[in-house]
Design a protein around this ligand. Structure first.
Ligand SMILES: Cc1cc2nc3c(=O)[nH]c(=O)nc-3n(C[C@H](O)[C@H](O)[C@H](O)COP(=O)(O)OP(=O)(O)OC[C@H]3O[C@@H](n4cnc5c(N)ncnc54)[C@H](O)[C@@H]3O)c2cc1C
Ligand code: FES
Length: 270
């Protein structure tokens, strides 16, 4: 069951001019959140913005005894809510409703896990990486950004034993270009007998390209879609995604309750 809490800001760590990580005192959410789930967040008391905004659970914060004590969100500043999140101070309260939505399905060996992240689409993969590595799944993160200074938490993933394949649009770190190029290449050189599950989160164009690449190589792929969400609870239909149903026909599903994690090969990518 989701809970609604006025979570206290315990730390605000800027990562760059636009990205920050906000740590929140929210043990009730931390205790039950699964990788890929999200929160509806309202960072200010006023009416601008009026509506809550969706954010992935980035990290589960734990106390000295290992018990979950809070969560963090990774935010990219693009508008009023993310501006308030960037500027939040220790002690501020942030309304958080969650965890919401369907999480990733976590694979077991012998399957490998390949996570494909674009920009702030990294957010759901910290908890997913911990979950798959806890099952000894060999894990690779394909992570693309505009420039090397916007590739975050690399040491966190390395410490978990995750292999990194990095790309930047300006070529400052890793391969120049988009993550799809090394993904396509490495899928092409992999034996069809070696199972791998793809997980993707990022801009819609990147998700569509990842889905097409997965389909071309006959690999399963779960995508976390980032539609604009008005309520996060199934009530407003602002978040619909066209998906092929069991009857072979396309239906609009509400990504806040049927997703945000959806089967890539069922989505109609226009
Ligand atoms: C399930 C889910 C999880 C998300 N997780 C994160 C996260 O972990 N970190 C993070 O920084 N962001 C995440 N987002 C996106 C985040 O919700 C938006 O960045 C946020 O709503 C922006 O709010 P704002 O008030 O700052 O800007 P707004 O004024 O709401 O938006 C500014 C501009 O960006 C556009 N926009 C807003 N949301 C989206 C979107 N989802 N896709 C494309 N364009 C959009 C608006 O149309 C507008 O033009 C997630 C979205 C979803 C659906
Ligand atoms: S966000 Fe309101 S129905 Fe999905």
């Amino acid at each position: 069951m989701p809970v609604d809490v006025a979570a206290r800001v315990v730390e605000n760590r800027p990562l760059s001019r636009d990205y920050n990580v906000l740590s929140l005192d929210a043990p009730a959410i931390a205790a039950v959140a699964a990788p890929g789930q999200f929160l509806m967040v309202k960072p200010g008391a006023g009416s601008d913005p009026l509506l809550r905004r969706p954010f992935s659970v980035f990290e589960i914060l734990r106390g000295a005894n290992g018990a979950p004590i809070g969560i963090s969100i990774l935010s990219k500043r693009i508008g009023p809510s993310t501006r308030l999140i960037y500027d939040a101070r220790e002690g501020h309260r942030v309304d958080c409703l969650g965890p919401l939505g369907r999480p990733f399905t976590v694979v077991d060996p012998p399957s490998d896990a390949w996570m494909v992240a674009g920009g702030v689409g990294l957010a759901p993969f910290a908890t997913l990486a911990q979950a798959v590595r806890a099952r000894s799944v060999r894990t690779t993160l394909f992570y693309g950004a505009r420039t090397g200074a916007e590739l975050f938490y690399l040491d966190f993933f390395r410490a978990l034993g995750v292999e990194l394949v990095l790309t930047t649009e300006d070529g400052s770190t890793g391969e120049r270009g988009r993550v799809i190029a090394p993904l396509d290449r490495l899928l092409g050189s992999r034996s069809p007998r070696s199972p791998v599950m793809l997980y993707a989160c990022g801009p819609e164009g990147m998700l569509a390209a990842t889905a097409r690449t997965a389909i071309a190589h006959g690999r399963p792929c779960q995508v976390s879609v980032e539609r604009v969400m008005g309520c996060g609870l199934g009530g407003c239909y602002s978040c619909v995604v066209p998906m092929r149903g069991e009857d072979g026909r396309y239906h609009h599903v509400r990504s806040c309750i049927s997703g945000p994690v959806l089967a890539a090969d069922r989505i109609r990518w226009d």
